[in-house]
Design a protein around this ligand. Structure first.
Ligand SMILES: [Zn+2]
Length: 241
């Protein structure tokens, strides 16, 4: 199946990975220098800060995980800023402006604030359950429905096998938590996959979650959700849990 972009909100740059973006910007700034090996990480910083260093011929970029869901043009702007700083090149205003605009968006500021307040206080179990590994489930769906382009958040199982909260995406911790009810024998894998797919769509279509605890489903979200081939069957299974 193709990518989930029914309304074409993302530019074609969306199909570039963060590494491809940094490679392209590097070649633009240093056309006569061989592209060094790139290592790009999203880290849990309390602020949306990012760092770059050149070490043993390797470029190491560390970006705040708050930027993990940022649109490609924003990551591109940040690549210009970081590489410009590293190689002492002036950063074109269009990029510094674009990046600043993004950071100043109200929801981004509020999210950063929330993270500062509560990060570290929440317990999130590891991805490995008794039967299922949430990392494997996430990456298989990522490849199949998102061209492998979604940055992986923290993944964990709920403490209790809840029937009312089957899964949720918590943007302030950048975490997907799945009910332990899916880690039981006899519960079909496709039901777990559906719940994970649903939470992944929250990553793909970020909204201002800080305003309320409700999970917010826009029209484009609902449309994208139908791309899951066992959508109806999975919903039926969830009723029988
Ligand atoms: Zn939801």
């Amino acid at each position: 199946m193709g990518t989930l972009d029914p309304v074409g909100l993302q530019s074609s740059l969306f199909f570039e990975s963060a590494a491809e973006i940094y490679g392209r910007v590097f070649r633009e700034l240093k056309p006569r220098t061989a592209l060094p090996e790139l290592r790009i990480e999203f880290c849990q910083f309390a602020n949306p800060d990012s760092f770059i260093r050149l070490e043993n011929g390797r470029l190491h970029v560390r970006m705040s995980d708050l930027l993990e869901g940022a649109p490609a043009p924003v990551l591109e702007a940040l690549a210009h800023i970081l590489l410009g700083k590293l190689y002492r090149k002036e950063v074109p205003r269009i990029y510094s402006h674009r990046y600043k605009l993004y950071l100043n968006r109200r929801d981004m500021r509020r999210q950063a604030h929330l993270v500062r307040q509560i990060r570290g206080r929440k317990y999130i179990s590891g991805p490995k359950g008794e039967l299922h590994d949430l990392e494997a489930v996430f990456e298989a769906l990522n490849l199949q429905y998102f061209d492998g382009m979604l940055g992986r958040p923290q993944l964990g199982w709920s403490r209790q096998p809840s029937r009312t909260m089957l899964g949720h995406f918590d943007p302030s911790h950048n975490a997907i938590v799945i009910s332990r009810i899916f880690d039981r024998p006899g519960v079909p894998l496709v039901a777990l996959e559906y719940v994970m797919f649903h939470e992944m769509l929250h990553l793909r279509f970020p909204v201002d979650h800080a305003r309320s605890r409700r999970c917010v489903h826009t029209k484009e979200f609902r449309e994208a959700e139908k791309q899951f081939p066992y959508f109806k069957e999975a919903k039926e299974m969830l009723k029988k849990l």
